[in-house]
Design a protein around this ligand. Structure first.
Ligand code: IVH
Length: 711
């Protein structure tokens, strides 16, 4: 199997930049098609778990390569654009989706994130609600002065379909309500019970009509009928669990608001419970899971929500999901198969990544033949923190392993069947030399990953670096993609990035040679040389990112480029910096997003003789453009560099930072001449003194809140 064909099965950690870009495009197309099948045609072709897996993989790749995120990324989209058959309704408040938790640890992480954001200590109480996640389709009902005036599907979250006439036929949706706020949007799930679904399908089969794959499709197909008379004959139900626009609050808590909706006549879920800890949440999840088969309607997990509505407001939203809620999904499918081999792949930064080759097996409707093994500890049965995983059972070639796919296309190994282990099976010995170049592969203290020390002499690293160098976010040379650099590398024409810029000089006359190659004609060769010429002049940010320095992504490359402004300044700084101390180090760390790890990696690269030689050779060929700092947004703090110090009493650091950044400010960790505003809470120390000596505007938390009031 070529690397290209199994990209989709590779661990996100093993993807190169170029592969990641291709994979994001592939996932976007698959997710768009799945959305259309599900929301547009009510005929999904993928299981829920598979759909979640695609979305999750997309998010994981975006998290690792934030700069490859597409403008119309599936992560920022919900559902599908409304179908043409219905009128459109703009939602007064967007209808959002939920983030997912798959294992108990994810629930703990959710609680940790919420507490950290709000600044609530572990020991302090924090109440959540836990309720079933209904597997139907969401609907928003708008009541004005107690009358149902509009019903809309979620659509793409911003604009839904007008299904008012159809919603009026659902008996559990009240047409009139007494005592409600003048404007009340009730949100919830339309669903069909298991019995009604079976009866409907039997009836449909009798009359030779369309049958449905599951109750959710039946509910969606029934609600989205252009003729409401058909909807009326379908036994649809509605559970209320949320709200949109309100002219007056329903209650102070989620639990209270749901009770208010119940009093207005809505069906709410009786399994909704208040929980005072993650243990209680998980216990409730387990008890709901145990009842799942007998509920009489389909659910696919449990939703946890922060109970206090003021806290929900403070937590707010990410692009498409609230910070205050999460869906804890029921587990994905499992399968046993034989592990036939363990292969080691070498990435751009020299990381040795083990991949399990499996006897093909179907898991959740997909044939799986590879699984990620992460690193040598994982194979040996140890987790990142050194604690046992799989109760310490290691993984050996020839073992029978249990595969699971939970929210990720890349399957993982959950367990090993020791009773089926061959008595001669030996523990896997992780190589300490690079399988590609024979250099020592070293594991540094605190690093879970073993890395090849061959640098550019390692063909795997050199090729991966070249691929990164020509990738879309870096030099993006037309006609010179991953395939071509690999070919040029094999031919010995291009070993390092600098060689790309001397290609014409070296092979110009030998254009003949190039044009005789498979896939190249005189025209395409000429075009390639022109495209290379075009990129001789390159923005500083793209050069820095293109160098492929460990830990330096595109966003950071941009911030570093803006900070130093020109190649000469940047290069001088990094060449003279001392790791861990001195003014140049401090200055580097003052760049937003640059921590000690990234700073060390930058300095080590610039001070490593062979890396330096390769960088110098490249820069000689280039005209590096200075960074131009982006124009400020329209807010009083846009473009300003702000520093928070001391204790913040009204919000956590994370919340303060998120707010400031959303208003276009840059938040820095240290005070320098570039700081515009210092926000100093009680206990502010040296930063306040320094700000004073530099004449920097210093305000307290209330002053800051007044400055950004209402924004
Ligand atoms: S709360 C701001 N609660 O799951 C988010 N959603 O995967 C409000 N869903 O779009 C949603 N049961 O269609 C919530 N008890 C429940 C739910 C629930 C099902 C659906 C809903 C949502 C989707 C997210």
């Amino acid at each position: 199997m070529t690397r290209q064909t199994h990209i989709e099965k590779l661990s996100v950690d093993a993807l190169t930049e170029v592969e990641a870009a291709a994979e994001l495009a592939r996932l976007a197309a698959l997710i768009a098609q799945a959305n259309q099948d599900y929301h547009g045609n009510d005929a999904p072709q993928l299981s829920d778990a598979d759909y979640d897996a695609l979305k999750r993989r997309n998010q994981e790749i975006e998290a690792r390569f934030p700069d490859l995120k597409l403008d119309n990324s599936p992560s920022d989209q919900i559902g599908a654009t409304p179908s043409d058959g219905f009128g459109k309704i703009q939602h007064a408040v967007r209808m959002l989706s939920l983030g997912n938790a798959f294992i108990d640890e994810d629930v703990q992480d959710f609680d940790d994130r919420v507490r950290k954001y709000l600044g609530i200590k572990d020991a302090d109480p924090l109440i959540y609600t836990a309720e079933p996640k209904i597997d139907g389709l969401s609907l928003s009902l708008r009541y004005e002065n107690g009358r149902l005036i509009q019903a809309a599907t979620r659509g793409d979250g911003a604009v839904g379909e007008n299904v008012t006439a159809n919603a009026r036929t659902i008996s559990t949706i009240p047409q009139k309500i007494a005592g409600a706020p003048a404007v009340l949007e009730v949100r919830g799930e339309v669903y069909m019970s298991s019995d009604d679904f079976a009866a409907l399908n039997a009836r449909q089969a009798d009359i030779g009509g369309k049958t449905f794959a599951n109750p959710r499709n039946a509910a969606a197909g029934s609600l989205r009928q252009l003729d409401p008379e058909i909807t009326k004959q379908r036994p649809l139900m509605f559970f209320a669990y949320a709200w949109g626009e309100l002219s007056a609050p329903l209650a102070d808590t989620q639990f209270g608001a749901i009770r208010a909706l119940q009093h207005f006549g809505f069906q709410t879920n009786s399994l909704t419970k208040k929980c005072a800890s993650t243990e209680e949440m998980i216990a409730h999840y387990q008890s709901i899971e145990a009842k799942r088969a007998d509920l009489g309607y389909d659910i696919d997990g449990v939703v946890y929500k922060v109970d206090d509505l003021d806290l929900q407001k403070r937590l707010g939203f990410r692009s498409t999901t609230p910070r205050w809620a999460i869906a804890h999904k029921f587990p994905a499918e499992l399968a046993w198969t034989k592990l036939t081999d363990i292969e080691i792949q070498v990435g751009r930064t020299g990381a040795l990544s083990p991949v399990a080759r499996l006897q093909p097996v179907t898991v959740g409707g997909v044939v799986v033949s590879n699984a990620t093994l992460h690193n040598e500890d994982y194979i040996a049965g140890r987790g990142g923190d050194g604690a046992d995983i799989r109760e310490g059972r290691d993984v050996r070639i020839g073992d029978w392993v249990q595969i699971y796919r939970a929210g990720d296309v890349i399957p993982k190994i959950k367990d090993v069947d020791l009773s089926r282990r061959d008595k001669d099976a030996q523990p896997f010995v992780f190589p300490n030399i690079c399988p590609e170049c024979g250099s020592a592969a070293i594991r540094e203290d605190g690093d879970a990953v073993r890395r090849c020390t061959g640098g550019l002499i390692c063909p795997a690293q050199a090729v991966e670096r070249l691929k990164h160098f020509v990738s879309r976010t870096a030099f993006d040379i037309d006609g010179l993609g991953a395939k071509q650099v690999e070919q040029f590398y094999m031919d010995g024409w291009v070993q390092t990035p600098a060689d790309i810029f001397t290609l014409q000089q070296r092979y110009g006359q030998g254009l003949q040679q190039l044009k005789n190659r498979e896939g190249w004609g005189a025209k395409s060769a000429q075009k390639l040389f022109e495209a290379i010429e075009d990129k001789r002049s390159i923005p500083l940010r793209k050069l820095l990112f293109g160098l492929g320095i460990r830990h330096v992504g595109d966003t950071n490359a941009g911030l570093i480029a803006n900070h130093y402004g020109s190649w000469d300044v940047l290069e001088t700084a990094l060449a003279t910096a001392e790791i861990g101390q001195g003014p140049v180090w401090d200055d580097l760390l003052s760049v937003d997003g640059v921590g000690a790890v990234m700073a060390t990696s930058l300095i080590a690269t610039f001070q490593n003789p062979s890396e330096r030689a390769s960088i110098d050779k490249l820069v000689e060929q280039l005209n590096v453009q200075d960074a131009i700092v982006a124009a400020a947004l329209d807010s009083p703090v846009a473009g300003k560099t702000v520093v928070f110090t001391g204790t913040l009493e009204k919000m956590s650091r994370a919340e303060a930072k998120a707010r400031a950044e959303s208003l276009g400010a840059k938040v820095s960790g240290s005070v320098s001449a570039k700081t515009d505003i210092l926000i100093a809470g009680p206990g502010a120390g040296s930063k306040a003194t320094k700000a004073e000596s530099l004449g920097i505007l210093t305000i307290d938390e209330d002053g800051w809140l007044a400055m950004i009031d209402g924004l």
